[in-house]
Design a protein around this ligand. Sequence first.
Ligand code: SAM
Ligand code: DTB
Ligand code: SF4
Length: 345
Amino acid sequence: MTTITSIPVSSLRHAPVRATTPETPARWSVSEIAALYELPFMDLLFQAQQVHREHFDANQVQLSTLLSIKTGGCSEDCGYCPQAATAESGIEASKLMPLAEVIEAAQAAKDQGATRFCMGAAWRSPKERDMERVTEMVREVRALGLETCMTLGMLEAEQAQALKDAGLDYYNHNLDSAPEFYGSIISTRTYQDRLDTLGHVRAAGINVCCGGIVGMGEARLERAGLIAQLANLAPYPESVPINNLVPVAGTPLADTPPLDPFEFVRTIAIARITMPLTMVRLSAGREQMDEALQALCFLAGANSIFYGDKLLTTSNPQADLDRKLFTRLGLKTQGERPAKQPLPC
Ligand code: SAM
Ligand code: DTB
Ligand code: SF4
Protein backbone atom coordinates (compact mmCIF):
# COMPACT_ATOMS: atom_id res chain seq x y z
CA MET A 1 0.00 0.00 0.00
CA THR A 2 1.13 3.56 -0.66
CA THR A 3 0.83 5.39 2.65
CA ILE A 4 0.06 9.07 2.39
CA THR A 5 0.06 11.21 5.48
CA SER A 6 -1.08 14.77 5.95
CA ILE A 7 1.85 17.19 6.01
CA PRO A 8 2.33 19.35 9.12
CA VAL A 9 2.42 23.02 8.21
CA SER A 10 5.73 23.53 10.07
CA SER A 11 7.59 21.08 7.83
CA LEU A 12 6.60 22.97 4.70
CA ARG A 13 8.27 26.27 5.42
CA HIS A 14 11.39 25.70 3.31
CA ALA A 15 12.05 27.26 -0.06
CA PRO A 16 10.26 25.22 -2.72
CA VAL A 17 12.14 23.51 -5.51
CA ARG A 18 9.96 24.26 -8.50
CA ALA A 19 9.30 21.33 -10.76
CA THR A 20 6.61 20.72 -13.28
CA THR A 21 6.05 16.99 -13.28
CA PRO A 22 3.46 15.43 -10.99
CA GLU A 23 6.02 12.82 -9.93
CA THR A 24 8.44 15.46 -8.64
CA PRO A 25 6.09 18.20 -7.52
CA ALA A 26 7.29 21.43 -6.01
CA ARG A 27 6.90 21.52 -2.21
CA TRP A 28 4.54 24.32 -1.37
CA SER A 29 4.32 25.75 2.12
CA VAL A 30 0.99 27.05 3.35
CA SER A 31 2.57 30.49 3.78
CA GLU A 32 3.78 30.54 0.18
CA ILE A 33 0.30 29.69 -1.01
CA ALA A 34 -1.18 32.30 1.31
CA ALA A 35 1.23 34.81 -0.30
CA LEU A 36 -0.20 33.91 -3.73
CA TYR A 37 -3.68 34.72 -2.35
CA GLU A 38 -2.35 38.15 -1.33
CA LEU A 39 -1.14 39.06 -4.84
CA PRO A 40 -3.03 41.75 -6.74
CA PHE A 41 -5.79 39.93 -8.65
CA MET A 42 -4.41 40.87 -12.10
CA ASP A 43 -0.89 39.71 -11.24
CA LEU A 44 -2.22 36.40 -9.94
CA LEU A 45 -4.32 35.78 -13.03
CA PHE A 46 -1.44 36.72 -15.33
CA GLN A 47 0.84 34.23 -13.56
CA ALA A 48 -1.81 31.50 -13.69
CA GLN A 49 -2.49 32.10 -17.37
CA GLN A 50 1.24 31.90 -18.14
CA VAL A 51 1.54 28.55 -16.33
CA HIS A 52 -1.61 27.33 -18.06
CA ARG A 53 -0.34 28.20 -21.53
CA GLU A 54 2.98 26.46 -20.88
CA HIS A 55 1.18 23.14 -20.54
CA PHE A 56 -2.26 23.34 -22.16
CA ASP A 57 -4.18 24.75 -25.05
CA ALA A 58 -5.77 27.71 -23.23
CA ASN A 59 -8.84 27.54 -25.47
CA GLN A 60 -9.81 23.97 -24.70
CA VAL A 61 -12.04 22.46 -22.00
CA GLN A 62 -12.70 18.84 -21.09
CA LEU A 63 -16.27 17.77 -20.29
CA SER A 64 -17.22 15.22 -17.63
CA THR A 65 -20.83 14.24 -16.97
CA LEU A 66 -21.99 13.10 -13.55
CA LEU A 67 -24.58 10.49 -12.65
CA SER A 68 -25.74 9.61 -9.16
CA ILE A 69 -25.95 5.80 -9.27
CA LYS A 70 -27.01 5.54 -5.62
CA THR A 71 -28.65 8.55 -4.05
CA GLY A 72 -29.28 9.66 -0.46
CA GLY A 73 -29.48 7.90 2.90
CA CYS A 74 -25.71 8.11 3.44
CA SER A 75 -24.37 7.13 6.86
CA GLU A 76 -21.73 9.92 6.83
CA ASP A 77 -22.32 13.36 8.31
CA CYS A 78 -20.57 15.67 5.81
CA GLY A 79 -22.07 19.06 6.73
CA TYR A 80 -22.34 20.31 3.15
CA CYS A 81 -24.06 17.25 1.74
CA PRO A 82 -27.77 16.90 1.02
CA GLN A 83 -27.35 13.12 0.76
CA ALA A 84 -26.35 12.58 4.39
CA ALA A 85 -29.11 10.66 6.21
CA THR A 86 -28.91 13.33 8.91
CA ALA A 87 -29.65 16.18 6.44
CA GLU A 88 -33.24 17.37 6.23
CA SER A 89 -33.01 18.00 2.51
CA GLY A 90 -35.97 15.88 1.49
CA ILE A 91 -33.84 13.57 -0.66
CA GLU A 92 -35.22 10.03 -0.64
CA ALA A 93 -32.72 7.20 -0.32
CA SER A 94 -32.60 5.07 -3.45
CA LYS A 95 -31.07 1.69 -4.30
CA LEU A 96 -28.16 1.18 -6.67
CA MET A 97 -29.29 2.05 -10.20
CA PRO A 98 -29.82 -0.81 -12.66
CA LEU A 99 -27.03 -1.26 -15.22
CA ALA A 100 -29.27 -0.54 -18.22
CA GLU A 101 -30.17 2.93 -16.85
CA VAL A 102 -26.51 3.73 -16.26
CA ILE A 103 -25.62 2.74 -19.84
CA GLU A 104 -28.48 4.83 -21.20
CA ALA A 105 -27.32 7.91 -19.25
CA ALA A 106 -23.72 7.36 -20.34
CA GLN A 107 -24.70 7.11 -24.01
CA ALA A 108 -26.74 10.33 -23.67
CA ALA A 109 -23.72 12.07 -22.09
CA LYS A 110 -21.51 10.91 -24.95
CA ASP A 111 -24.06 12.11 -27.50
CA GLN A 112 -23.99 15.55 -25.84
CA GLY A 113 -20.19 15.69 -26.19
CA ALA A 114 -18.87 14.51 -22.80
CA THR A 115 -15.63 12.53 -22.87
CA ARG A 116 -15.76 11.24 -19.29
CA PHE A 117 -18.62 9.73 -17.31
CA CYS A 118 -18.41 9.99 -13.54
CA MET A 119 -20.60 7.75 -11.40
CA GLY A 120 -21.19 8.74 -7.77
CA ALA A 121 -22.69 6.80 -4.88
CA ALA A 122 -23.84 8.09 -1.49
CA TRP A 123 -21.86 5.50 0.44
CA ARG A 124 -19.32 5.61 3.22
CA SER A 125 -17.65 2.83 1.20
CA PRO A 126 -18.89 0.14 -1.19
CA LYS A 127 -19.93 -3.21 0.27
CA GLU A 128 -18.62 -6.43 -1.23
CA ARG A 129 -21.99 -7.16 -2.88
CA ASP A 130 -21.83 -3.75 -4.61
CA MET A 131 -18.42 -4.32 -6.15
CA GLU A 132 -19.58 -6.77 -8.78
CA ARG A 133 -22.24 -4.35 -10.00
CA VAL A 134 -20.07 -1.24 -10.07
CA THR A 135 -17.23 -3.02 -11.88
CA GLU A 136 -19.77 -4.15 -14.49
CA MET A 137 -20.81 -0.50 -14.89
CA VAL A 138 -17.19 0.48 -15.50
CA ARG A 139 -16.79 -2.20 -18.20
CA GLU A 140 -20.00 -1.27 -19.99
CA VAL A 141 -19.46 2.51 -19.89
CA ARG A 142 -15.92 2.06 -21.15
CA ALA A 143 -17.21 -0.09 -23.98
CA LEU A 144 -19.16 2.98 -25.17
CA GLY A 145 -15.83 4.75 -25.71
CA LEU A 146 -16.03 7.02 -22.66
CA GLU A 147 -13.42 7.55 -19.96
CA THR A 148 -14.75 6.32 -16.64
CA CYS A 149 -14.65 7.85 -13.18
CA MET A 150 -16.23 6.66 -9.96
CA THR A 151 -16.70 8.20 -6.54
CA LEU A 152 -17.97 5.61 -4.08
CA GLY A 153 -16.45 6.72 -0.78
CA MET A 154 -13.57 5.02 1.00
CA LEU A 155 -11.85 2.06 -0.69
CA GLU A 156 -9.73 -0.80 0.57
CA ALA A 157 -6.69 -1.80 -1.51
CA GLU A 158 -8.48 -4.84 -3.00
CA GLN A 159 -11.48 -2.76 -4.00
CA ALA A 160 -9.25 -0.25 -5.79
CA GLN A 161 -7.55 -3.14 -7.58
CA ALA A 162 -10.91 -4.61 -8.64
CA LEU A 163 -11.91 -1.24 -10.13
CA LYS A 164 -8.58 -0.99 -11.92
CA ASP A 165 -9.01 -4.51 -13.30
CA ALA A 166 -12.42 -3.49 -14.64
CA GLY A 167 -10.71 -0.63 -16.49
CA LEU A 168 -11.58 2.36 -14.27
CA ASP A 169 -9.68 5.44 -15.49
CA TYR A 170 -10.20 7.87 -12.56
CA TYR A 171 -11.33 7.67 -8.95
CA ASN A 172 -12.69 10.83 -7.30
CA HIS A 173 -12.15 11.19 -3.58
CA ASN A 174 -11.83 14.70 -2.21
CA LEU A 175 -9.84 16.01 0.74
CA ASP A 176 -12.57 18.67 0.90
CA SER A 177 -10.78 21.19 3.14
CA ALA A 178 -7.62 21.88 5.14
CA PRO A 179 -6.97 19.39 7.96
CA GLU A 180 -7.46 22.22 10.50
CA PHE A 181 -11.00 22.96 9.27
CA TYR A 182 -12.06 19.44 8.33
CA GLY A 183 -13.22 18.40 11.81
CA SER A 184 -15.81 21.17 11.94
CA ILE A 185 -17.51 19.76 8.80
CA ILE A 186 -17.26 15.96 9.10
CA SER A 187 -16.98 13.71 12.13
CA THR A 188 -17.61 10.21 10.75
CA ARG A 189 -14.32 9.77 8.88
CA THR A 190 -10.90 11.26 9.37
CA TYR A 191 -8.57 13.16 7.09
CA GLN A 192 -6.19 10.22 7.32
CA ASP A 193 -8.99 7.87 6.14
CA ARG A 194 -9.21 9.98 3.00
CA LEU A 195 -5.46 9.97 2.46
CA ASP A 196 -5.43 6.18 2.90
CA THR A 197 -8.06 5.75 0.19
CA LEU A 198 -6.06 8.01 -2.12
CA GLY A 199 -3.02 5.83 -1.41
CA HIS A 200 -4.92 2.67 -2.43
CA VAL A 201 -6.20 4.33 -5.59
CA ARG A 202 -2.70 5.51 -6.52
CA ALA A 203 -1.16 2.10 -5.74
CA ALA A 204 -3.70 0.37 -7.99
CA GLY A 205 -2.62 2.61 -10.88
CA ILE A 206 -5.90 4.52 -11.20
CA ASN A 207 -5.70 8.24 -12.00
CA VAL A 208 -6.48 10.33 -8.93
CA CYS A 209 -9.21 12.97 -9.02
CA CYS A 210 -9.04 14.87 -5.75
CA GLY A 211 -10.03 18.38 -4.78
CA GLY A 212 -12.20 20.18 -2.30
CA ILE A 213 -14.90 22.69 -1.51
CA VAL A 214 -14.49 26.38 -0.75
CA GLY A 215 -17.08 28.72 0.66
CA MET A 216 -17.84 26.57 3.71
CA GLY A 217 -16.92 29.38 6.11
CA GLU A 218 -13.21 28.54 6.15
CA ALA A 219 -10.54 31.24 6.47
CA ARG A 220 -8.26 32.16 3.56
CA LEU A 221 -5.37 30.44 5.34
CA GLU A 222 -7.46 27.26 5.40
CA ARG A 223 -8.10 27.51 1.68
CA ALA A 224 -4.32 27.81 1.31
CA GLY A 225 -3.99 24.74 3.56
CA LEU A 226 -6.26 22.68 1.28
CA ILE A 227 -4.27 23.64 -1.82
CA ALA A 228 -1.01 22.82 0.00
CA GLN A 229 -2.30 19.34 0.85
CA LEU A 230 -3.29 18.70 -2.77
CA ALA A 231 -0.18 20.19 -4.35
CA ASN A 232 2.17 18.31 -2.00
CA LEU A 233 0.73 14.91 -2.77
CA ALA A 234 3.44 13.09 -4.68
CA PRO A 235 2.36 12.75 -7.40
CA TYR A 236 -0.25 15.46 -7.22
CA PRO A 237 -3.70 14.48 -8.56
CA GLU A 238 -4.25 14.20 -12.30
CA SER A 239 -7.52 16.02 -11.82
CA VAL A 240 -8.49 18.62 -9.18
CA PRO A 241 -12.17 19.55 -8.80
CA ILE A 242 -12.68 22.91 -7.11
CA ASN A 243 -16.24 23.04 -5.78
CA ASN A 244 -17.95 26.19 -4.57
CA LEU A 245 -20.34 25.22 -1.79
CA VAL A 246 -23.89 24.74 -3.06
CA PRO A 247 -25.83 25.64 0.08
CA VAL A 248 -28.71 23.17 0.29
CA ALA A 249 -31.67 23.76 2.61
CA GLY A 250 -31.74 21.22 5.42
CA THR A 251 -27.95 20.80 5.60
CA PRO A 252 -25.89 22.30 8.45
CA LEU A 253 -24.15 24.65 5.97
CA ALA A 254 -27.37 25.92 4.34
CA ASP A 255 -26.98 29.45 5.71
CA THR A 256 -23.25 29.88 5.11
CA PRO A 257 -22.59 33.37 3.65
CA PRO A 258 -21.41 33.13 0.03
CA LEU A 259 -17.70 33.39 -0.74
CA ASP A 260 -16.50 36.51 -2.57
CA PRO A 261 -16.52 35.32 -6.22
CA PHE A 262 -13.01 36.75 -6.79
CA GLU A 263 -11.75 34.58 -3.94
CA PHE A 264 -13.11 31.56 -5.82
CA VAL A 265 -11.28 32.66 -8.98
CA ARG A 266 -8.11 33.14 -6.93
CA THR A 267 -8.42 29.56 -5.67
CA ILE A 268 -8.65 28.26 -9.24
CA ALA A 269 -5.59 30.33 -10.25
CA ILE A 270 -3.58 29.03 -7.30
CA ALA A 271 -4.52 25.42 -8.05
CA ARG A 272 -3.25 26.01 -11.60
CA ILE A 273 0.03 27.58 -10.46
CA THR A 274 0.80 24.93 -7.84
CA MET A 275 -0.28 21.92 -9.96
CA PRO A 276 0.72 22.97 -13.47
CA LEU A 277 -0.13 19.72 -15.24
CA THR A 278 -3.36 18.81 -13.53
CA MET A 279 -6.79 19.23 -15.05
CA VAL A 280 -8.40 21.90 -12.84
CA ARG A 281 -12.14 21.32 -12.85
CA LEU A 282 -14.57 24.18 -12.25
CA SER A 283 -17.05 21.98 -10.39
CA ALA A 284 -20.10 22.49 -8.15
CA GLY A 285 -21.47 26.03 -7.93
CA ARG A 286 -21.46 26.96 -11.64
CA GLU A 287 -25.25 27.27 -11.65
CA GLN A 288 -24.89 30.13 -9.16
CA MET A 289 -22.21 31.90 -11.29
CA ASP A 290 -22.84 34.20 -14.21
CA GLU A 291 -21.04 33.67 -17.50
CA ALA A 292 -18.48 36.44 -16.92
CA LEU A 293 -17.41 34.79 -13.67
CA GLN A 294 -17.08 31.41 -15.38
CA ALA A 295 -14.97 33.04 -18.10
CA LEU A 296 -12.68 34.43 -15.38
CA CYS A 297 -12.33 30.90 -13.98
CA PHE A 298 -11.22 29.65 -17.42
CA LEU A 299 -8.79 32.57 -17.64
CA ALA A 300 -7.43 31.56 -14.22
CA GLY A 301 -6.63 28.09 -15.57
CA ALA A 302 -9.73 25.92 -15.19
CA ASN A 303 -9.82 23.54 -18.15
CA SER A 304 -12.57 21.09 -17.26
CA ILE A 305 -16.18 21.27 -16.11
CA PHE A 306 -19.07 19.06 -15.09
CA TYR A 307 -21.35 19.16 -18.11
CA GLY A 308 -25.01 18.22 -18.06
CA ASP A 309 -28.11 19.55 -16.37
CA LYS A 310 -27.48 17.88 -13.03
CA LEU A 311 -24.54 17.35 -10.69
CA LEU A 312 -25.47 14.53 -8.29
CA THR A 313 -28.63 15.91 -6.72
CA THR A 314 -28.40 19.67 -7.42
CA SER A 315 -28.71 21.46 -10.72
CA ASN A 316 -25.96 22.47 -13.12
CA PRO A 317 -26.21 24.81 -16.14
CA GLN A 318 -28.15 23.36 -19.09
CA ALA A 319 -25.83 21.74 -21.65
CA ASP A 320 -27.08 23.98 -24.47
CA LEU A 321 -26.28 27.10 -22.40
CA ASP A 322 -22.76 25.77 -21.86
CA ARG A 323 -22.36 25.18 -25.58
CA LYS A 324 -23.45 28.75 -26.28
CA LEU A 325 -20.91 30.00 -23.74
CA PHE A 326 -18.12 27.97 -25.39
CA THR A 327 -19.02 29.51 -28.75
CA ARG A 328 -19.01 33.04 -27.32
CA LEU A 329 -15.61 32.46 -25.73
CA GLY A 330 -14.13 30.57 -28.69
CA LEU A 331 -13.53 27.57 -26.46
CA LYS A 332 -13.27 24.17 -28.06
CA THR A 333 -14.08 21.00 -26.22
CA GLN A 334 -11.66 18.08 -26.08
CA GLY A 335 -11.48 16.36 -29.44
CA GLU A 336 -13.09 19.27 -31.28
CA ARG A 337 -11.91 22.21 -33.40
CA PRO A 338 -12.23 25.74 -31.94
CA ALA A 339 -15.80 27.02 -31.88
CA LYS A 340 -16.30 29.81 -34.41
CA GLN A 341 -16.17 33.29 -32.86
CA PRO A 342 -19.49 35.08 -33.23
CA LEU A 343 -19.37 38.44 -35.00
CA PRO A 344 -19.44 41.36 -32.54
CA CYS A 345 -22.86 43.02 -32.55
N1 SAM B 1 -20.02 9.54 -1.04
C1 SAM B 1 -18.77 9.68 -1.70
C2 SAM B 1 -17.79 10.46 -0.88
O1 SAM B 1 -18.17 11.41 -0.24
O2 SAM B 1 -16.60 10.14 -0.90
C3 SAM B 1 -18.88 10.24 -3.09
C4 SAM B 1 -19.89 11.30 -3.43
S1 SAM B 1 -19.68 12.89 -2.63
C5 SAM B 1 -21.23 13.65 -2.92
C6 SAM B 1 -18.53 13.72 -3.69
C7 SAM B 1 -18.09 15.12 -3.36
O3 SAM B 1 -19.11 16.03 -3.71
C8 SAM B 1 -17.79 15.47 -1.93
O4 SAM B 1 -16.55 15.02 -1.50
C9 SAM B 1 -17.84 16.98 -1.96
O5 SAM B 1 -16.56 17.51 -2.25
C10 SAM B 1 -18.82 17.28 -3.11
N2 SAM B 1 -20.05 17.90 -2.62
C11 SAM B 1 -21.07 17.28 -1.98
N3 SAM B 1 -22.04 18.14 -1.65
C12 SAM B 1 -21.64 19.36 -2.08
C13 SAM B 1 -22.20 20.67 -2.02
N4 SAM B 1 -23.37 20.91 -1.43
N5 SAM B 1 -21.51 21.70 -2.57
C14 SAM B 1 -20.31 21.47 -3.15
N6 SAM B 1 -19.73 20.25 -3.24
C15 SAM B 1 -20.37 19.21 -2.70
C1 DTB C 1 -16.72 16.68 -7.05
O1 DTB C 1 -15.68 17.15 -6.56
N1 DTB C 1 -17.85 17.37 -7.21
C2 DTB C 1 -18.89 16.53 -7.75
C3 DTB C 1 -18.14 15.19 -8.02
N2 DTB C 1 -16.86 15.43 -7.46
C4 DTB C 1 -18.73 13.92 -7.58
C5 DTB C 1 -20.09 16.44 -6.89
C6 DTB C 1 -20.72 17.77 -6.56
C7 DTB C 1 -21.97 17.53 -5.78
C8 DTB C 1 -22.75 18.77 -5.52
C9 DTB C 1 -23.97 18.53 -4.71
C10 DTB C 1 -24.97 17.60 -5.31
O2 DTB C 1 -25.31 17.75 -6.50
O3 DTB C 1 -25.47 16.73 -4.58
FE1 SF4 D 1 -22.16 10.60 2.07
FE2 SF4 D 1 -20.42 11.44 0.24
FE3 SF4 D 1 -22.45 13.02 1.01
FE4 SF4 D 1 -20.45 12.56 2.69
S1 SF4 D 1 -20.31 13.63 0.71
S2 SF4 D 1 -22.63 12.47 3.19
S3 SF4 D 1 -19.93 10.44 2.19
S4 SF4 D 1 -22.61 11.11 -0.07
